[in-house]
Design a protein around this ligand. Structure first.
Ligand code: ZN
Length: 202
């Protein structure tokens, strides 16, 4: 996996965030991550794979491309590009293949890349957090790469009633469970770590 830009880039909107006033999201939350190129607006493939769509959606994604990742099996969707990509459907691409230039086509307020990774290509509810997939720190601003590659794994939670659940997360330097922690804290829980499990208490 590599970052979706040839040069340096920044994150302007994280996965899972609520829509701004007056905007509605189909799934109720932001199912991708928004990037803006700093030094170069050229968008490149994050992972080697096969192009499964090259299309235009005036109500949403503008000019977009879908690439099914050879290793992750996830479908990456690159949106709002300036023009139709030169990549044809069925083409096999390398991890740094040029997809197109950052643009502002479709439903946008400014130029950026909306990037999604989905388990099922046509179902936004199966989208996973691009920061996890790419192994980057999940905060807005210039993208910080984390030294070791992070893999999505099942993070085990122990609930107050001792019931155990597991959710997608990634482990690095102990554990990072930002998305789930935010959710639980929003629900009024405290979230800790006992060395093996994430412990959730009231
Ligand atoms: Zn977006």
């Amino acid at each position: 996996m590599r970052l979706p830009y040839k040069g340096r880039c920044k994150i302007t909107k994280l996965f899972g965030t609520k829509p701004p006033a007056g905007v509605t999201y189909k799934y109720g939350y932001h199912t991708g991550c928004d990037f803006v190129g700093i030094t170069d607006k050229t968008i490149v493939a994050c992972e080697a794979g096969q192009v499964t769509a090259n299309s235009y959606d005036s109500d949403g994604w503008g000019y977009y491309v879908k690439i099914k990742g050879a290793e992750s099996g996830l479908t990456a969707i690159y949106c709002h590009m300036a023009a139709r990509s030169k990549l044809t459907r069925g083409k096999l691409v390398a991890a740094d293949a040029v997809i197109g230039q950052q643009g502002a086509t479709g439903q946008v307020t400014g130029g950026h890349l909306h990037l999604e990774f989905r388990k099922k290509p046509d179902d936004g509810s199966t989208a996973v957090n691009p920061c996890m997939v790419l192994g980057i720190v999940g905060q807005t601003g210039e993208v910080e790469e984390v030294e070791e590659e992070m893999e999505i794994t099942k993070v085990k939670f122990v609930l107050p009633d001792k019931k155990r659940i597991s959710v997608d997360g990634f482990i690095s330097d102990g554990i990072n469970y930002t998305a789930a922690r935010k959710l639980l804290e929003a629900l009024g829980f405290k979230v800790g770590w006992d060395g093996t499990n994430v412990v959730v208490s009231k």
